[in-house]
Design a protein around this ligand. Sequence first.
Ligand code: GLY
Length: 272
Amino acid sequence: MSQSDRDQESTKPDLMALVRPVSNTIDQCQLTHLHREKIDLTRAIKQHTDYVEVLRACGCHIVQVPPEHGCPDAVFVEDTAIVVNEIAVMTRPGAPSRRNEAASIRNSLSVYRDIRSINETTTLDGGDVVRLGNRFWVGISTRTSLGGAESLAVCLSPYGYHVEPVQVHDCLHLKSACCAIDQETLLHNPAWIKASHFPDTRCIEVDPAEPMAANVVAVNGRLLAAAAYPRTADLLDAAGYQVELIEADELAKAEGALTCCSILFRSLASAL
Ligand code: GLY
């Protein structure tokens, strides 16, 4: 992305970041690919607080959703909703323990968007949804069913969005394996998702020693990246991206990455 593209991006309407505090039960979180390790709650809260402050420093308006201490994974708000300019689509998380997270997110988002919901016989985690412009790829994973992808397509296609399912292997979510880093580029781990799934798309590979490094947050011309993956950060820096490193290793023990901790969406004049 050129500097003029970045300048244009930063003059778009304000970016909102919906976040929620770490639950004091996070040590009972869902785990799919990781072994359970003791989570230092104080450190997890500090890392999350710092993350929110970085989003604020990047120009985001922070929308704080109340804590849900009865839901261990509630800090990972990304999984509960997909927000586009026209609507917000409530998902149905694949892990039953996560379904009670949705109601308070729905309440908060209904201030900004008309709400739709995916079919209640299907499952979809927001972490399986990667967007580039008007294209969405939905990872079919242990959390997201093909029906969930199809149901998202029914919600989004009237607004001109195209939704395509892709199979996810070896990692929790599609966004564990690839994320958009600007309007035309994906960062990906080729061992988990091949570039051939993304035709006509510029793809950059993570450093092979850092398989988890593809999960970055693109926000107002900057990339927020986990400090645990410095080689990929250097690679992005060399490619001209402005990278900001964030300590997130305590949250990572709960199998949550940087994108998981926020839902980013544009404020719309009509919605404020
Ligand atoms: N612990 C994050 C998740 O499994 O949903």
